[in-house]
Every structure is written in C-alpha cells, then in structure tokens.
Design a protein around this ligand. Structure first.
Ligand code: FEO
Ligand code: CA
Ligand code: CA
Length: 634
C-alpha cells in the first residue's frame, strides 16, 4: 500500500489548505524569489536581514517571534540553542527537594530517598509565580514513567525486585519545587521552600464527579470507591485560571497485568481490553510485588486511573482530585480556557491510534478570587467528543447518559458507566478516529485551538482530518469555534501542516502553503505552547527516528504569507524526547523537560551521559535564556 492515499489525500488536502491559497498568487508575482532554505523566511520578513530578524524585539506581522537564527540540527547528546542563547540545568532526577533530602546516589535509592527527591522522566511542566514575583516560581513537573535499565546498577531484565519497584513507584507522580532565578539568569531549586513536595504512587487522592463511588471504582483498600493512592503515567497537563495544576494520566494500562486470569464472562474484562490492559505479565512486573497491579486480584484498580487530576500547588491540604467528569482515557493533556459566559472549557486528546479529541465544558462559572468555588468547577459539566466532517466543519457530540446510543441498550446504566468507558461512548457517538491526539493549545490572540496528531503508522483508511495512510510524521489541525466561543457545539477546521520532509515525495508533507524547499521539516508533533503574542511553539517526540534529527522545539507561523513556516529554536539529546515547554511569566526563560535521555541503552552500554557527562543519564528540566536577558525568540 502506498504511504499516501493518492486521490483522497490530494483531494482532501487541497480542500483543507485551500483557504490559504492566496499565497501562491503573491509568490507568483514575486519573480525574484528563489526558493531555498530560509528564502521564504526572508521574503516575508521572518529572516535575518529583513526587519524582524535583524532588529531584536521587533515582531513579524503574523504573530510569530522571529528574532533568532534557526539552529542547525543533527544528532548530538546535548542541547543546541540559537546563537546568543544559553541553557542551564534547573533540576534533574534525584536532586534533593528538601534541605534534609538524601543526596542522590543511584546505587542506594530507596522509597524514602526517592520520595524526597525529584522524580524520573519529567514531562509536562508548569510554573506559578510565588507571591507575585517573577524571580520565584513554583515549578510543577510530571514524572511520566521510569527506565529501570538505566536507573538500577543491578537491573536484570524480567526480574524486578521489591526494592526496585518501590523506587519506581516513588519516582512516578509529580514534583512541586520552588525555583529561584540566580544572578546569572539560571534557575535553581530552593530546598528550604515550604511549598516543595512530591506526589508519588503512595499519595492519597480522591475522586469527584459522576463516577466517584461507582461500584467499579471500589477495591479492597477503598470499599467506598472514593479514594485512591497515587497518579500514574502523567504525561502533559494544564494550568487553570485559578492557578491549580492539571496532570493527566496517560498510558496507565501498561502497569496492570494478568488480565487473562480474569474470567472471560466478567464484564470488566472487555472494558480493560478496550484500554489495552496487559493480558500477561507487564514489562515492569509491579504486579509481582503489589497485588493492586494484578487484575484478577483487584479487577477494579485499573478503573481508578486514566483521569485528569487537579493539584493545588499552593495548598498541601487540598487532596489531589481525580475529576471523572473529564472522562477516562489515555489523557495527553488538558487545556482550560474560558467560554464567553465565564464557564471553563477544557480541550483534551486521547493519545492512542484511532482515538478521539474531547472537550469538557463546566456547568458553573469561574469567579475571580473565589478559589474554593473554582476548585469545584470540574465536578460537573458536559463532556464532548469531536466529529470532523469532510466539508471543513465539525461538531462536538455530548457524551451524556440517556442521549443517543448511550443507553442501557448499549450497556450503560448511568453517567458513571459512560465516564468509565469514555472511549466506547465516543465511538458509539461517531467521533472521528484520529492519528494519536496529543497536546491541544489555544491561541491567546485568536482563540483558535491547535491539535497535535503525533503519528499513526497503522492507518489504512484515511478520513478528512487524517488524510495520510501510514502516517509516520503526524500533523497539526487548526480548530476554530464557530462563533468564537469555546462553548460552541460547532467548529471549522483546517490542516495547518502535514509533518515530514516536503522534499521527500514519500512523506506527502506540507506546511501551509510554504514551498517545499523553504521549510525546516519536523516530525511527530507532541506538546504545543503559545507565547503571549500568539506565537505557536511545537515540541516533537520521535523525530530522531522519523527524520534523523534530534527532537526539539520550533516556532510555526500561523497567519499571513508563510503560514506553516517552521523555525527550529532548540533541540535536545538524540535519545531524549522534548517535552514540557513553558515560559517564565516574563518570557525571558523557556523551560523544557529532557525526557528519557539514554533510553534504549544500559549502564554498561550507555547511549547518553546527559546532563553531567557521567552515568547514569538523568532526565532533566532545563532553562534557556537569551544572553542579554531579553524575551525568548525576539
Ligand atoms: Fe506521553 Fe502522548 O505522550
Ligand atoms: Ca506527550
Ligand atoms: Ca508523545
């Protein structure tokens, strides 16, 4: 089968890019333009020697920051930043977060030491100003998963020990660490801050919403179905307007094993299968040491993961809440924004091939300064899933028990039933099957939402919004609420870019209307971030395999001539994934999480020595700054 589905791909793509076709005309009228890398950038005012590039602080007319020279990319074991920029380590796996935390020694890690240190594989990051200051920030970080072969000196594949598993349980979860800006512009943890704490797989959390207390959420340790220990595989997240932290449980299925020992006629079995819970042993073998991860022993435990969790970084008394109203899936992120009438909408993706895009809209409205009320807004509301139609329109379909197919005829007896098996409900409603929905970001300038679809090499049947078969590079969709309100039930959409190399015919790549030779290709878009000017930044995950270029972060123009133009800003070690982009409030620092450096190697055959030039490699949050202290990207 060809990689590109000829007619369908061309037809759909032509239509979805057609709105921007004026660029072709304008370029045709500019005969002096020679298309080579960088020339389009210069022609439209994004490059050195043409206004924005030459004059720091001057922005190009289309919202994208272009006051930096794009980096050259390849394969390295370090961080590359543009000329005039520098990077620093902020905090890395094992760094103490309290004054009395044990120093990091990977040979002697215990549950206790790891619980007092920064966790493993940092992903989403969010910063919150402390006491309104720009030089003191609460840094909240997800620790998505662990890499035992490069964590433990005595690691033996297939033979995880009780002590190792304990360290892994404590290396998952969240870190909350106050960081302070140093005299040289770098950032360092303040180990004396009273805000510093960890959430691990041993931290008590509660459930809210219609599924809280559901029979399928009850276990031997929690007969009420309202409390759970820990949060698992936290990938991306979000920040609420009331300064709480949303952290999203993604690939929770990988931690629960022996599903095949659950009787075939147990109705829970097919639900677990729908989420990929492991039939046999898991890679990590936590189930060998903790019965809660052994499905036949505790068949409901997997239902207690796959949620969006709200944490108040400023209030330790606030028990983290798993909000079931936002649905159960392999949540990538959760991006809140306000509707015109002050309710809270949250955009979300379910990161697996052929899964869906979602939106939640709260019942209640946000009230400035009323933290107590605001923290309840995710307890009730309406969850929707997206159907992308071929005509460039789309609908948000309500996932509400009793409506349409969500009735007892399909095995649903309550809204709790629907939320626990959100995926099946969305499928029954006719949601569009997407190419792994990752992050969704909303432009502060236009209110448009951008959806990263990272890749889907399993796709054989294209649809309008996923027009490429064997989509190994992914794409980005622009979604425009019909009346400019995030409460709208209708939207319009376009494809911003089809990632890959536009000069490689096999890839079928396209970046807005940019000529093939003018763009720097990217692949596997994952995390998205907007700067306050409305410029979009895209992180990649998997580009080093798909394109032979280290993963990194790039700006992408959204408006005007040059829409779709990519400018690489930074890249990270070849074996790592670039995640967690976040600006300091003054946007003079860009934080990135360097996740899983050295993955695929071992301590004997290391693939990375990031960041300290020694073993083991350590997942690290870094900061990037302009040497003159200016705004990033200007
Ligand atoms: Fe953990 Fe969807 O990336
Ligand atoms: Ca991700
Ligand atoms: Ca990813």
């Amino acid at each position: 089968m060809p990689r590109i589905s000829g007619d369908t791909f061309d037809r759909i793509l032509a239509r979805r890019f057609s709105r921007r076709s004026f660029l072709k005309g304008s370029l045709a009228a500019a005969p002096l333009l020679v298309f080579r890398p960088g020339s389009l950038a210069e022609a439209i005012g994004l490059g050195p020697g043409n206004g924005a590039g030459a004059a720091p602080g001057v922005r190009a007319g289309n919202g994208v920051r272009a006051g930096f020279t794009p980096i050259s990319r390849g394969k390295t074991d370090t961080v590359t930043v543009p000329e005039g920029y520098e990077w620093h380590v902020v905090v890395r796996w094992g760094d103490p977060i309290h004054a009395d935390s044990p120093p990091f020694d990977f040979r002697t890690q215990t549950i206790e030491s790891q619980s007092a240190q920064f966790g493993y594989n940092c992903d989403f990051t969010a910063v919150f100003p402390v006491e309104g200051r720009s030089d003191r920030l609460l840094l909240c970080v997800n620790h998505e998963f662990t890499n035992p072969p490069i964590m433990f000196p005595d690691h033996l594949e297939g033979f995880a020990t009780f002590d190792q598993v304990g360290v892994e349980l404590a290396a998952h979860g969240i870190s909350i660490v106050e960081i302070r800006r140093q005299a040289d512009g770098s950032w360092a943890p303040d180990v004396n801050s009273p805000y510093n704490r960890r959430c691990t797989m041993f931290t008590p959390m509660t459930f809210t919403g219609a599924a809280a207390g559901h029979a399928w959420l009850r276990t031997g340790d929690d007969p009420e179905g309202t409390r759970v220990l820990g949060t698992l595989n936290n990938c991306a997240g979000g920040k609420t307007p009331w300064n709480t932290y949303l952290t999203c449980e993604e690939n929770f299925h990988k931690y629960f094993g022996k599903l095949e020992d659950l009787p075939a006629d147990d109705p829970r079995r097919s639900v677990h299968e729908g989420y990929g819970v492991r039939k046999k042993r898991t890679y990590r073998q936590w189930e060998d040491h903790y019965p809660r991860f052994r499905v036949p022993d505790e068949p409901n435990e997997p239902f207690r993961f796959g949620w969006v969790v709200e944490i108040d970084p400023f209030d330790e008394e606030f028990v983290p809440r798993k909000h079931t109203a936002l649905g159960r899936m392999k949540h990538e992120g959760a991006t809140p924004c306000l509707t015109k009438d002050g309710r809270v909408a949250v955009y979300m993706g379910d990161d697996e091939v052929f899964q869906h895009v979602y939106k939640f809209v709260s019942d209640g409205t946000w009230k400035s300064g009323d933290r107590e009320t605001n923290r309840t807004l995710f307890e009730s509301g309406t969850l929707y899933t997206a159907r992308f139609d071929e005509n460039g329109k789309g609908e948000w379909l309500p996932i509400v028990f009793g409506q349409g197919p969500l009735t007892s005829a399909n095995g649903f007896e309550s809204q709790g039933d629907v939320l626990i098996d959100t995926r099946r409900a969305a499928r029954l409603l006719g949601a569009t099957k997407m190419d792994r929905p990752e992050d969704i970001a909303v432009s502060p300038r236009t209110g448009y939402a951008y959806v990263a679809l990272t890749n889907n090499t399993d796709r054989e049947e294209p649809n309008a919004a996923n027009p490429r078969v064997e989509n190994r590079h992914g794409h980005v969709i622009e979604l425009r609420p019909e009346d400019g309100d995030h409460a709208d039930r209708s939207f319009a959409w376009d494809i911003l870019l089809m990632a890959g190399d536009p000069e490689d015919d096999e890839d079928g790549a396209r970046y807005g209307d940019c000529p093939p030779g003018s763009v720097s290709p990217i692949s596997c878009p994952d995390n998205l971030l907007f700067d306050r000017d409305g410029g979009l930044w895209i992180c990649t995950d998997g580009q080093s395999y798909a394109l032979g270029l280290d993963d990194g972060i790039s700006t992408v123009a959204l408006e005007g001539p040059g829409r779709g133009l990519v400018r690489p800003f930074a890249c990270i070690p070849s074996t790592a994934e670039c995640t967690g982009p976040e600006f300091s409030p003054d946007e003079t620092s860009l934080f990135l999480a360097v996740q899983h450096p050295g993955e695929g190697g071992s301590l004997d055959r290391p693939l990375s020595s990031f960041p300290d030039g020694s073993q083991p490699p350590r997942p690290t949050v870094i900061s990037i700054r302009k040497k003159d202290g200016g705004t990033i990207g200007t």
